[in-house]
Design a protein. Structure first.
Length: 358
């Protein structure tokens, strides 16, 4: 058995976790996530504020993770840390701390790619969510469609050409006067929609004449959908949402939210279906912050039902940025014999290790 202490500081969550096990048989011993709610005031993450908050939080978060796992650094076999991609300043806090901690304790260091962590996250809760499978990674910064024949081997099938799915949710939420981050607020508002929706937005890049091999067969694009919402808000002369009291335009806001969400999740479901069908996969794994959207999970499951495919999605706690997924990916990399030197650096953008062209 190997025990990994992991640290995640890629954006605005300071997180640490302890995970133990071997191969796909693992047990999560602790997970601490401290979210920086201050960014809601600004309607988005402010990188400098995020970095400073990580500096304040990282020591108590790591100490709490060890306490909850009832272990000390003597019981840890390696330290894993997210070093790409993300906000460089935020990443550097985690990387610098992890390097110092590993050096001081005489433990090996493992660098982990944040998006590979999201690939592993679902398997922590669902032991069946292992390769081979089709993966849909949807977060605030990424939208990726992958074929995963085995851990460490990832075939990129499609990606967003502009806005990531989570980014589209946040921008539409702002248009509707909803708080940041917008995903859960859009989903909640859309859930209040009753009866037939008078609005419908087109499903981007899902033409019926598309064929495998076409450049847009797997790719997605949400900038046009976001613009369609903007035009609808302006055409309906939708006023700013009241800060308190009843909203006289709540029904129209719900209709717009539902129409937007339906268009986005239908697009993702169709692209995922195409990938699973073409690759012959009967397992579909969702990952990333948007993967906890219940409408998305249900729509993907419904779309791949003709393939007799099973859909696996993480809980909210493991869908958000967290150190448990970094520990799980770090365990995989550690067992492969990978070790990071003390000159490990942070990168804002970097391909997932093992990524191959479709």
């Amino acid at each position: 058995m190997t025990r990994i202490l992991a640290i995640e500081t890629s954006c605005d969550e300071t997180s640490a976790a302890v995970l133990a096990g071997s191969g796909d048989a693992t047990a999560l011993e602790s997970l601490v996530i401290l979210s920086q709610d201050v960014h809601r005031v600004f309607g988005g993450v402010v990188p400098e504020i995020a970095s400073r908050a990580h500096l304040t939080a990282i020591v108590p978060v790591v100490e709490q993770s060890l306490r909850e796992a009832r272990v000390s650094m003597r019981d840890v076999d390696a330290v894993a840390v997210t070093n790409a991609p993300g906000l460089v300043g935020a990443l550097l806090v985690g990387v610098s701390f992890a390097k110092s901690l590993a050096f001081g304790a005489g433990k090996p260091l493992v660098g982990v790619h944040h998006m590979e962590g999201h690939l592993f996250a679902t398997a922590i809760e669902h032991p069946e969510a292992v390769p081979p499978f089709t993966a849909l990674l949807v977060s605030g910064g990424h939208t990726l469609l992958l074929d995963v024949p085995e851990w460490g081997s990832y075939r990129l099938l499609g990606a967003t050409r502009d806005d990531a799915a989570g980014e589209a949710f946040d921008k539409v939420a702002k248009l509707l006067g909803l708080p940041y981050p917008g995903g859960r607020h859009i989903e909640a508002l859309a859930g209040t929609m009753t009866g037939e929706n008078p609005l419908r937005f087109s499903r981007p890049m899902t033409r019926r004449d598309q064929q495998p091999g076409d450049a847009d067969y797997f790719d997605v694009s949400f900038s046009g959908l976001k613009t369609a919402v903007l035009h609808t808000v302006r055409e309906r002369a939708l006023p700013p949402r009241p800060e308190s009291g009843a909203d006289p335009d709540a029904t129209m806001r719900a209709a717009i939210a539902a129409a937007f969400q339906d268009a986005l999740v239908d697009t993702l479901a169709e692209k995922t279906y195409r990938a699973a069908r073409l690759q012959g996969r009967t397992r579909v794994v969702l990952g990333g912050g948007v993967a906890c959207n219940r409408t998305l999970v249900a729509r993907v499951a419904e779309r791949v039902q003709p393939l007799d495919a099973k859909v696996y999605a993480p809980s909210v706690r493991l869908a958000t940025d967290n150190a448990a997924m970094i520990a799980r990916a770090g365990l995989f990399r550690f067992e492969r014999g990978e070790r990071a030197a003390l000159d490990l650096n942070a990168y804002a953008s970097q391909p997932i290790p093992g990524m191959i062209a479709a």
